[in-house]
Write a protein that binds this ligand. Structure first.
Ligand code: BG6
Length: 493
């Protein structure tokens, strides 16, 4: 992207600017981009909220939150410079006149910039408002220039395939596909982006990256937190929709996709859709064979008592919502024939840890099999968070007079040393400002990902799980999740 394009004047409009995401992620991301000199010279952020408020009051509220959530320290000099770009604008999502007034505001800024600026609309609102907002935006011709106007939409993007299609159709009445930036914040994480660099920027790994050399692949996204204040949302969502349909499937795509011919966004997105299409669809009778769900009961995390999910505020005492899911996927393509991809995610697990494990095959014949040492197959671990490193495990000779082997590890931890690694939202917002869609989801990707989930989702919905809760808070999930991998002689790493 050229320097000039980064400098295009832009007006950013945040719907839901008084919400949690805006205060924790969006304003801190814009602030950090600003002090890193990555924002356009001419920009303004219009913060939309329902309540009566004024600029000064709203700016003070943002400042207080920046002090808690900004990656970089908030200095008075930087803040003074940044705050003048924020304006609060009272707005009613469902009132025609509010959109007319907003349009006027946008045009006023254009006059100041002396050009028709780019417009970036961030929809940080509950999904049920998307339809009304996009209809009003269309009628008010607020985002009518497909080359300059962009809309960013947060997940959840639908709640199943049919609703995702409906939402895509609805958005397509107002926006061109190239204007729509569907966020999956995992794609903005440094370590997730590095998967492509690691795979396709080196010649030594790619020849081994297939079913002939790899025994299995595991993707774990374990969280220590529970549902916190989001019970109302989570009760309707569960781990499958909240995490697997988006974040984990996106990681799976990055790990397994074919090499793109270039870094063009359409090229990379095509390759990811190919992966999603190749994931084997299962029949309802096979769901228990391929998928395990769980819900946490009481337990202890780091020595502290933790409540059961059903005891959390806002959760039904007989809730059937899964807080853990583990699935075995197969990709029916040449590269990955018969290689299991195990994915799992859960809330209130033993520790916060997201990582990918590439388990290589054992040697067909071992020269050392008679020796005292135990051979372990090679393994590559890509730690996504909180540790951010890549570990290659291999066998080496133990120092000493006899020929004994021991497993050793080679670690690359450049990211961990970089205190200045940008937050995912910084990366994603910058890409949206630049008009690069690579890290965002295209409509067909979202629909295909829901299609992958369909049978499991429907089967789980149709039956209540009598065994809930089936794992202790502070554990690694239900016992059945171990059985899922052990059936094939594997183990969660
Ligand atoms: C969100 C989910 O998309 O991702 C949350 O809705 C989850 O339930 C969060 O906690 C995890 O994100 P991160 O970046 O903390 O791993």
């Amino acid at each position: 992207m050229s320097e000039k394009e980064t400098l295009t004047p832009t007006t950013i409009v945040i719907f839901g600017a008084t919400g949690d995401l805006a205060k924790r992620k969006l304003f801190p991301a814009f602030y950090n981009l600003f002090i890193d000199d990555r924002m356009p010279k001419d920009f303004n952020i219009i913060a939309l909220g329902r309540a009566e408020n004024d600029d000064e009051n709203f700016r003070n509220y943002i400042k207080e939150n920046l002090e808690n959530f900004s990656r970089k320290k908030v200095t008075s000099e930087d803040w003074e410079a940044f705050q003048s770009h924020i304006v609060y604008f009272r707005h009613q999502l469902d009132e025609v006149n509010s959109y007319k007034a907003l349009n006027q505001k946008l045009e006023d800024f254009d006059k100041v910039y002396e050009t028709r600026a780019n417009r970036l609309f961030y929809l940080s609102i509950a999904p049920n408002f998307v339809s009304a907002i996009s209809g009003h935006m269309k009628n008010a011709s607020i985002a009518s220039d497909p080359k300059k106007d962009r809309i960013i939409i947060e997940k959840p993007f639908g709640h199943d395939k049919a609703s995702a299609i409906e939402l895509n159709n609805l958005l397509s009445q107002t926006f061109e596909e190239e204007q729509i930036y569907r966020i999956d914040h995992y794609l903005g994480k440094e370590t997730v982006q590095n998967i492509l660099a690691f795979r396709f920027g080196n010649s030594i790994f790619e020849p081994l990256w297939n079913h002939r050399h790899i025994e299995s692949i595991q993707i774990t996204v374990a969280e220590e937190v529970g549902v916190e204040t989001r019970a109302a949302f989570y009760e309707q969502t569960g781990a499958l929709r909240d995490m697997i349909q988006n974040h984990l499937l996106q990681i799976l795509c990055m790990v397994s996709m074919e090499a793109p011919a270039s870094l063009e966004s359409s090229e990379i997105r095509d390759k990811k859709v190919d992966v999603l299409k190749s994931i084997r669809r299962i029949t309802p009778e096979k769901v228990d064979h391929y998928a395990v769900r769980g819900q946490y009961g009481k337990g202890k995390i780091n020595g502290v008592d933790a409540k059961a999910y059903r005891e959390e505020e806002g959760v039904a005492s007989d809730s059937n919502t899964e807080t853990f899911a583990a699935i075995k996927f197969y990709l029916d393509n040449e590269r990955w024939q018969n290689t299991p991809f195990y994915v799992r995610t859960g809330k209130k697990m033993k520790e916060k840890h997201s990582y990918i494990t590439i388990q290589f095959k054992e040697l067909p014949h071992s020269t050392f099999s008679d020796g005292p040492s135990q051979l372990s197959a090679n393994r590559l671990i890509i730690n996504i968070q909180p540790s951010m490193d890549i570990r290659l495990q291999f066998m080496s000779k133990k120092p000493g007079l006899s020929l004994e082997l021991k497993p050793v590890e080679m670690v690359f931890n450049d990211f961990a040393c970089q205190e200045n690694s940008p937050e995912a939202y910084e990366t994603l917002l910058l890409e949206a400002l630049l008009g690069d869609l690579t890290l965002f989801m295209r409509s067909d990707q979202v629909e295909e990902a829901w299609d992958v989930m369909k049978t499991i989702q429907e089967t789980w919905q149709s039956r209540k799980d009598a065994s809930f809760p089936n794992y202790k808070a502070g554990s690694w999930g239900p016992e059945e999740s171990n059985a899922l991998v052990e059936r094939q002689g594997h183990k969660w790493v």
